[in-house]
Design a protein around this ligand. Structure first.
Ligand code: NCD
Ligand code: ZN
Length: 429
């Protein structure tokens, strides 16, 4: 019997192989040949495991005018992502069993790539019900919650014997409040980085470390933005993982002067001295885009009214491959931080690795393709980026989800994404 698909001449960091795919799974990795219904020759390209973005905001339900599961997942496919994990701050938030289930249905109807979901948290009595549906984590915004309530969540998960991680947005709201008050009347977008200073993150990460260590419970810190906060994590590596975004890695607060509110995001861009840079990557677990789309009219409001967030799905891989082409990063770092790392941390048992038995998810990249980033071409509904005009070298040319091509040479023909329950099967070794 021929297999469904045979991918020929797949160059990886470990050598060049042919890959047999049947029924959406990798059935054979071989130097030989196989009988197949369809063949794709990938000579000249580099093949990565399908990339996973563990931090996207698709705004569905409730804020579909900014982005919905269809436009967001098309942006993901275009950017080389075969799986995304969506954040719960939709309207209403995905913090009850019924809203969580509703979002699974929305994604299964609209998504062109596979997806997992982070759960929100407000009512502790909802935690047990949500756990049955395989959330990637419970997400808590430390800038808008009482510490006592966070403590209750840790206890609840301990009492339920659940190892599902708690994902934290770490910025201390008291520090933010007093920093904003001290600024007085200012209107330039640059002031935003002063209103949410590095100390707000450092204090909040220290609190997160205390909670993780006290409860010996896994904590994942989103979009870390300061080098000092990274130092707080070091002694607690067994309990804490962390993430960086492309903008915190490569842009500094000067971009708020150049791009105004288009560069406004939480946590804000930092100065070159306090921020993170590619040299810090060995100490960071994953790269998440924090794809957080808004409309241009919203971004044109005053600095204090405009919503924070940057759409990144169609930017990040091009920017990272450019670093690879400049010799500032290895391609294996992309594999570790955008595939293996997210799969391990969020318990995506069938994803993240090119291995027999795993889902046939692949991101095919052309390391020589050059161009200039332009938000006009985004599949995302949010047509802006502080990376506008960035000259890149290296881009995704094909995205494959369970054996189905969902992006081919920049075009997204469609696809039927599946919900992936997290932490359900045996974890990766
Ligand atoms: C997030 C969003 O827009 O949903 N924005 C952002 O700047 N990261 C929310 C948030 O994290 O504050
Ligand atoms: Zn976010």
């Amino acid at each position: 019997m021929p297999v469904d698909l045979f991918l020929e001449n797949c160059r990886t960091e470990r050598g060049t192989f042919n890959i047999g795919v049947d029924d959406g799974r990798i059935v054979k990795i071989t130097r030989g040949r196989m009988d197949a219904s369809e063949r794709i020759d990938l000579r000249g390209y580099h093949v990565l495991p399908g990339l996973i973005d563990a931090h996207v905001h698709f705004r569905d339900p409730g804020l579909e005018y900014k982005e919905d599961f269809r436009s967001g997942s098309m942006a993901a496919a275009r950017g080389g992502f075969s799986t995304v994990i969506d954040m719960p701050n939709t309207v209403p938030p995905a913090d009850t069993t019924s809203e969580f289930k509703r979002k699974i249905k929305i994604g299964e109807r609209k998504s062109v790539v596979d997806f997992g979901l982070h759960a929100g948290y407000s009512d502790p009595s909802e935690v047990e019900g949500i756990l049955k549906f395989g959330p990637a984590s419970f997400k808590v915004f430390m800038d808008s919650i009482e510490m006592g309530k966070v403590d209750v969540l840790f206890r609840r998960l301990r009492d339920l014997g659940s190892g599902v991680p708690i994902t934290l947005h770490c910025e201390n709201r008291e520090i933010i409040r007093h920093s904003r008050e001290n600024l007085g009347e200012v209107e330039e977008p640059y002031a935003y980085s002063l209103a949410r200073p590095p100390l707000a993150e450092e204090v909040s990460v220290a609190e997160a470390a205390a909670l993780a260590y006290h409860y010996r419970h896994p904590v994942h810190i989103c979009h870390l933005s300061t080098r000092r906060a990274l130092r707080f994590i070091e002694p607690f590596r067994g309990y804490i993982t962390c993430e960086v975004t492309p903008h915190h890695l490569l842009l500094d607060s000067g971009y708020l002067r150049r791009f105004g509110n288009l560069a406004k995001t939480n946590p804000p861009l930092r100065s070159a001295e306090t921020g993170l840079s590619p040299g810090d990557l060995p100490d960071i677990d994953i790269i998440g885009t924090d794809h957080a789309p808004h409309t241009l009219p919203e971004k044109e409001m005053g600095v204090w009214e405009a919503p924070p967030g940057i759409p990144n799905l169609e930017v990040v891989l091009r920017v990272l491959l450019t670093l690879v082409s400049e010799g500032r990063m290895n391609i294996s770092t992309i594999r570790r931080m955008l595939a293996e790392g997210p799969a391990r941390i969020f318990g995506l048992a069938s994803k993240g690795f090119i291995r027999e038995g795993m889902d046939a998810d692949f991101t095919v990249v052309d390391l020589r393709r050059e161009g200039e980033i332009s938000a006009d071409e985004f599949y995302s509904r949010a047509h802006y980026t502080p990376f506008e005009g960035f000259r890149y070298r290296g881009d995704a040319v094909m995205t494959i989800v369970r054996g189905e091509v969902v992006m081919d040479d920049g075009e997204v023909p469609g696809g039927r994404g599946r919900y992936i329950a997290c932490h359900s099967k045996k974890e990766h070794d």
